[in-house]
Design a protein around this ligand. Sequence first.
Ligand SMILES: *Cc1c(COP(=O)(O)O)cnc(C)c1O
Length: 372
Amino acid sequence: MKVPFLNLKAQYDVIAEEVQRSIAEVLSKCAFSGGPYVEAFEEEFAVFCGSKFAAGVGSGTDALWLALLGLGVQPGDEVITVPNSFIATAEAISLCGARPVFVDVKEDSFTMDPELLPQAITKRTKVIIPVHLYGQTADMDPILSIAERHGIAVLEDACQAHGAEYKGRRAGGLGHAACFSFYPGKNLGAYGEAGCVVTKDEELANKIKMLRDHGQSRKYYHDVIGINGRMDGIQGAVLSVKLKYLDSWNKQRRANAMLYREKLAGVAGLKVPKEMEYARHVYHVFAVRSQRREMMRSSLQQSGIDCGVHYPVPIHLQEAYASREEQAGKFPVAELCARELLSLPMFPELTGKEVDYICQEVERHSNVRDKA
Ligand SMILES: *Cc1c(COP(=O)(O)O)cnc(C)c1O
């Protein structure tokens, strides 16, 4: 049996007609850049997140960059985040001329360890970016209270957490602002590149809308220096169609995660991801831990199963950040994640049969079952 890591075609086949109709509408109205379809999606998505305003932008990376600029981050500032994320989280900080300061993550959740946060805060800290990694929110309450004590803004990197919940509230409505990516492979994916910033702060939302459009307040009057970070009309229309399905897709991901969990319980040397008591996980990624990750990955590949590694090198050890003072060993949990985590196929349309087959192969390749 062959199992892909991701199957975007299976999802497209179900909604093809609806999507094609909505794209045709955008084309006939020539609403290509920004415009009514982006605005409609912004309103729907802000409501979905339990927030107030949304600014559609070109990508998740733009969302992070523009949100940081909107929050006033400047050269010389420090922004705290975690080292086990996609590079974009740190990149956005660097693009503002600020310095990323890393805080290690907890071993049970892979998200920011609030206990390590206070010691990373300095007079220069402007923003804290917890990352809702793999579809599970960070432990926001302690992070928010520490931030509040120091008068620092909290920006959620919710690029992997569309529809995830923290104590019953959705990601995107937890911090001062939140950033989402609609890269095609995300839980809510566009048919091209897109992202957005969500916030309850109207002034911040307006500032970001200005920054995404060359800092103009009206056409050709530029109040500040911005970028071209607008969302395409076609993406807005596609996302409006897909948003209606997001809850049911997330449910299917959770059902697949339950199946995995059941069938992988007791496999020797393997740890399944934990759903924290505060969280409703939406399983953008289902990452298991094994000390024999590389062996497992190549064995599964031979069995026709595509896996991923998110991420093989933590940000502080990336070549792009090699000039920094950070060294191997400084963030042990993030480094452990990079060594041991293996992402199994996970998408809503994954069938029970496929999960069965994957689990059977995982077990076969770990050869001994835990007798305990
Ligand atoms: C995908 C992702 C981003 C970047 O989003 P793009 O749309 O690819 O620019 C940022 N942070 C995290 C955690 C991501 O997973």
